[in-house]
Each structure stands twice: as structure tokens, then as C-alpha cells.
Design a protein around this ligand. Structure first.
Ligand code: HEC
Ligand code: HEC
Ligand code: HEC
Ligand code: HEC
Length: 462
């Protein structure tokens, strides 16, 4: 089955190993863009990935051994200098174009009658650095896949200046370097391909044709990528923060909620409606095990029996940190998110109502992401979140398989952060691995079993 989380399992040991840069306390490190700027930035595909702010030079320009193509990381320079080698040998982004030419890639394109996938714009927007010739400073190959400038922005204006010993990050940003040190902007960048943006979309049609379903959690996906960098503060100092994972999770969740609401607004404005990929997939795609399956026993709380629930996984976990940093806004957000879910779940809502509710939720999520950037993330907070989330077993498990997946990645991210800070506990580790097993086969998802395993996680936390 295409939506399978097992592949994450082995990679998490890599996450733990990589996060050993650990010692000092958290530093508030990203300057926050104003909430309203973020929420109202309605981008199109061109703005999202292909800024006019400079031209693209291609990854070959970064690959020299003396630049970013070293084999071993260096410690005497400002950056590791083996970024290219990490990307080309270990990062799936380097193979994103090649995936289009696999039997699965071609099969998807055939079903959708797109012609060869590797020539279809609908695929290339996310699987390659597909920029118009006028924006290429030199010729480069689509086959390089998702490459340096897909994330770092067009380099023609900063590639020269960034070689200077006194190059300042802020100055490079003014020359078109995308500010990935800012976690709000970084998550937005990842999500443009991993959740969708105007012109970049994996909808139910693509999924039914065979495309893997999209899911994301910043800290987990960063660990799997794997990172080719050391995390730094806005002024360029290495963060050395064992609890960076808690920060990345919290800010990532806020941005993911906002971006998912913005996607809902786009779908409600135009496009097929209701869009099935907005719903909890497994409410439709499970096998019929009745009479009296766990769904029937639970009695479909919160909606009419048989309606497929909206996928609220972007809020259900996030509310725990939202409630800590700003209970008043979280209260409002809770109402807005519940209203969105209620409307969409009814299957035939008035589109303007959905748009209004989702825009309100997006604004509130944007405010929270600003507050979360200046919040502090210590061990006490991480452990409070671990306990609160694992104690919320019934609500999380009943909300559906997508929420169970987010809960699994969330507890894993928070546990790894806490373990980095010294709180290693093999029993918690094993109990979280047990959660992964329960979402490995989404169609077999069973809420009571997942709730029981969440309680086991909770019992291991003292
Ligand atoms: C330009 C689009 C784009 C951007 C931006 C992007 N990705 Fe991806 N990502 C992809 C595509 C396409 C794939 C699938 C690659 C393949 O063909 O296997 C992928 C795959 C991945 C995978 C592998 C998942 C797996 O199944 O093993 C991880 C992890 C990942 N991305 C993390 C990130 C992170 C973290 C960011 C932001 C820092 C990010 N991505 C930004 C397009 C993108
Ligand atoms: C919105 C961005 C987006 C679009 C558009 C898109 N993809 Fe993807 N694709 C991804 C991401 C992200 C992944 C990785 C998903 C993951 O593992 O979490 C992926 C994974 C895949 C994979 C699986 C790769 C692997 O090794 O597991 C194939 C095949 C694929 N895409 C083909 C296509 C085709 C064909 C099209 C066009 C019809 C297309 N994609 C359009 C983002 C996109
Ligand atoms: C999927 C997105 C993605 C791709 C592809 C990518 N990077 Fe990165 N890169 C990041 C993120 C996120 C960071 C961490 C934030 C930061 O330091 O800017 C980063 C950090 C870096 C850093 C450290 C910057 C610093 O000031 O410490 C360098 C150097 C770098 N990348 C070079 C490259 C090169 C060269 C390539 C291509 C071979 C590449 N990156 C491809 C996302 C990406
Ligand atoms: C409202 C019900 C509904 C929801 C929600 C839904 N689907 Fe579907 N799905 C369908 C229907 C109907 C088909 C077409 C079945 C057919 O033609 O036999 C389908 C087809 C598919 C197929 C191809 C079927 C096959 O035999 O392989 C896949 C894969 C799929 N959906 C995945 C998903 C994923 C992933 C999600 C969530 C992101 C999702 N679906 C959400 C109803 C739904």
C-alpha cells in the first residue's frame, strides 16, 4: 500500500545520532514575520518556487570539493562543506526526477493521461527545479531533481557574495537566499511540496492513480532527509540545543495548520468539491469487519453516522502547545477548527462558510506561529507535552488514522528531543515503536488499540 510509515522506523536512529550536537539551552532564534503578512500571502506556483529575485544556476555550481562537495564534514569552516555529497548520496530529493520515470511514475501519468511524467508540468513542479529558460543563468538538468535552489532560492545574485569570508546571512537573504533559518519560512517551503501550494497539488485524483499520500511533520522529516547542516541562530551561532526538536515540532505544527487551512480555502474556491484528500482517508478505505466494528461501537461521535470526517490532524496535536503559549487564542482556534471540521464533514457545506471559517483558523494559526517563535522550549515543557498528548488517548485515537499518524511522529519527535537532553527511557522508546506498528497498515487502523498503546506510552513517563 502506498501510505506506509514503516520506512521511517530505521531512520529515527539516525535522528538520535545526529542530534548529539547537544548541550546548552534554547535560544530564541528566528525573527518573526508579522502574522497577518503570512496569512494573507496568497502565492501562486511561480511565486512559491520561482522568485523573480535572481536566476538559477543549478546544483553543479555548488558541487566542487572546495565548496559543498567535500566527502567528510569539516569543523574549521562556517558550514560543513559536504552538503552536496549528503544530498546526492543520501537525500531522496536528488532522485525526485528519477521517480517520475519509474514504472509507478509512468503508471500515474498514464492514468491521468498526462503523457510522459518526466515532461508533465503537473509532476515537475514538485519533482525538479523546473524553471523557465529565462530564469536559468546557465543550463542545468531537470534530472537533478529537487536540488539546492529548490530550497535555498535562486543563487545568481548571492553565489558570488556568499563566498566572501565576511558574508552575512541577512545580506544574502536580501540578495534572494531563502531564509531557511527562520522555521516558519522553512516549514512553508517544505510544505509547498509536502502539503501543497497554489499550482502544486496532490489531490485524491493523483492519489487514486497511485501517488503516495502526503503527510509531514517538520522534525521527523528533517531527520529522515537527512540534514546537511548544523542548526544556527539568526546571527549564525551554532544552536547546540538538544531540545531543538521540540521547537521544530511546535512551529512546524502551527505552520502546517495554517497551510492546510489555506489549501482548504483554495479547494473551496475552485476545484472538485468535496475534495476527498481533505478527509480522513481511512473512514472510506477500511475493510468491513462488522457487525459492530469499533466505529459502530463508538457511535460516530461528533458527526452523522457514515459521513467521512475532515482530517483535523493538523490541529489535534497542535492544540496542546497552543494552549500553553496562548490559551485565549487557542480557545478561539478550537472553535474555528471545530467549525471547519463540522462543515466539511457534512459533505455539502456552503463554500463561502468554509472559506470564512478556514481563513479565520489560518489567521489564528499564524498569530500562534509568531508567538511560538519567541517561546522557550525546555525539558519541563517537552515532558509536559509528552504526558498531555499521551493522556489524550481517546480524543486522539477517535479522531482517525491521520491524527494517529501525527501523534506517532509527534511523540517520537518529542521523545527524541527529551532523550537528547538526558531523559533516555528504553520503555518509552519501545512503546512509541509500538505506535508505529499500529499505523503501518492504515486500512487496518483500530482506534481502541491505538488508544491502549498511547496509554502504554503514558505509563512509561514518570
Ligand atoms: C520542490 C519540492 C520540495 C520541497 C521544497 C521539499 N521537498 Fe521533500 N520531497 C519532495 C519530493 C518530490 C520527494 C519525493 C522524492 C522521491 O522521488 O523519492 C520528497 C521527499 C522527501 C523525503 C523522503 C520521504 C520518504 O518517503 O522517505 C523527506 C524526508 C523530505 N522530502 C523532507 C523535506 C523537508 C524537511 C523539506 C524542507 C526543508 C522538504 N522535503 C522540501 C519535494 C520537495
Ligand atoms: C505537490 C507536490 C507534488 C506533485 C504535484 C507531485 N508529486 Fe510526486 N511526490 C511528492 C512528494 C512530497 C513525494 C514524497 C512523499 C513522501 O514519501 O512523503 C512524492 C512521491 C512520488 C513518488 C514515489 C517516489 C518513491 O520513491 O517512493 C512517485 C512515483 C511520484 N511522486 C510521482 C509523481 C507523478 C507521476 C506526479 C505527476 C502526476 C507527481 N508525483 C506529482 C510531491 C509531489
Ligand atoms: C529540501 C530542501 C533543501 C535542499 C534540496 C538543499 N538544502 Fe541546504 N539547507 C536546507 C535547510 C532547511 C537548511 C538549514 C537552514 C539554514 O542553515 O539555512 C540548509 C542548510 C544548508 C547550509 C548551511 C547554511 C548555514 O549558514 O549554516 C548549506 C551550506 C546548504 N544548505 C547547502 C546546500 C547545497 C549545496 C544543496 C544542494 C547540493 C542544498 N543545500 C540542498 C534545505 C535544503
Ligand atoms: C469519501 C470517501 C473517500 C475518502 C475520504 C478518500 N477516498 Fe480514496 N477512494 C474513494 C473512492 C470512491 C475511490 C475509487 C474506488 C474505485 O474506483 O474502485 C478511491 C480510490 C482510492 C485509491 C485507489 C484504490 C485502489 O484500489 O488502489 C487510493 C490509493 C485512495 N483512494 C487513497 C486515498 C487516500 C490516501 C485518501 C486520504 C488522503 C483517500 N483515498 C480518501 C473514496 C475516498
Amino acid at each position: 500500500m502506498a501510505f506506509d510509515l514503516r520506512r521511517f522506523l530505521p531512520s529515527f536512529s539516525v535522528a538520535a545520532a545526529l542530534a548529539v550536537f547537544a548541550l546548552a539551552a534554547a535560544t530564541a532564534h528566528s525573527q518573526a514575520p508579522a502574522a497577518t503578512d503570512i496569512a494573507h500571502r496568497h502565492l501562486n506556483a511561480h511565486d512559491v518556487l520561482f522568485h523573480d529575485d535572481g536566476r538559477y544556476v543549478g546544483p553543479g555550481s555548488c558541487s566542487a570539493v572546495a565548496c559543498h562537495g567535500g566527502i567528510e564534514p569539516r569543523s574549521v569552516t562556517r558550514v560543513l562543506q559536504n552538503e552536496y555529497s549528503t544530498w546526492v548520496t543520501r537525500d531522496k530529493h536528488a532522485r525526485a526526477y528519477t521517480s517520475l520515470t519509474t514504472p509507478l511514475g509512468e503508471q500515474i501519468a498514464r492514468t491521468l493521461q498526462l503523457g510522459p511524467a518526466e515532461q508533465a508540468q503537473r509532476c515537475l513542479v514538485c519533482h525538479a527545479l523546473d524553471v523557465p529558460a529565462s530564469q536559468q543563468a546557465r543550463k542545468f538538468d531537470l534530472a537533478d531533481g529537487v536540488s539546492c535552489e529548490s530550497c535555498h532560492g535562486p543563487a545568481s545574485r548571492w553565489i558570488g557574495p556568499h563566498l566572501q569570508a565576511n558574508a552575512q546571512h541577512a545580506q544574502m537573504v536580501s540578495l534572494g537566499l531563502y531564509d531557511n533559518r527562520n522555521l516558519v519560512l522553512r516549514t512553508e517551503r517544505c510544505l509547498s511540496c509536502h502539503l501543497g501550494a497554489p499550482g502544486l497539488s496532490v489531490d485524491h485524483e493523483l492519489i487514486a492513480a497511485g501517488h503516495p499520500d502526503l503527510r509531514f511533520e517538520l522534525d521527523s522529516f528533517t531527520a529522515v532527509e537527512p540534514p546537511h547542516w548544523v542548526e544556527k541562530s539568526a546571527d549564525g551561532q551554532p544552536l547546540n540545543d538538544p531540545l531543538f526538536g521540540t521547537r521544530a515540532w511546535a512551529i512546524g505544527q502551527a505552520v502546517e495548520l495554517r497551510v492546510s487551512m489555506q489549501r482548504l480555502v483554495r479547494d473551496a474556491r475552485s476545484g472538485p468539491w468535496p475534495e476527498f484528500s481533505e478527509m480522513d482517508c481511512i473512514s472510506c478505505h477500511h475493510s468491513l469487519t462488522g457487525p459492530l466494528s469499533w466505529r459502530q461501537r463508538a457511535g460516530y461521535p461528533g458527526h452523522r453516522a457514515g459521513d467521512p470526517p475532515y482530517n483535523l490532524s493538523h490541529y489535534v496535536l497542535f492544540q496542546h502547545i497552543a494552549n500553553e503559549v496562548d490559551p485565549a487564542i487557542n480557545n478561539e482556534l478550537n472553535q474555528a477548527a471545530t467549525r471547519v471540521a463540522h462543515l466539511v464533514t457534512s459533505m455539502s457545506p456552503d463554500r463561502p462558510d468554509v472559506i470564512a471559517a478556514a481563513e479565520h483558523a489560518a489567521d489564528l494559526a499564524a498569530k500562534l506561529s509568531t508567538e511560538l517563535q519567541s517561546a522557550s522550549y525546555d525539558r519541563a515543557r517537552t515532558e509536559r507535552l509528552l504526558r498531555a498528548i499521551s493522556a489524550d488517548a481517546d480524543a486522539i485515537s477517535q479522531d482517525g488514522e491521520r491524527t494517529a499518524e501525527q501523534a506517532t511522529m509527534t511523540l517520537d519527535a518529542l521523545y527524541i528531543a527529551d532523550a537528547n537532553a538526558g531523559a533516555r527511557n528504553p520503555e518509552t522508546r519501545a512503546a512509541i515503536d509500538g505506535l508505529y506498528k499500529l499505523v503501518n497498515n492504515p486500512s487496518a487502523y483500530n482506534a481502541p488499540q491505538f488508544a491502549a498503546q498511547l496509554r502504554r506510552v503514558h505509563q512509561t513517563l514518570h
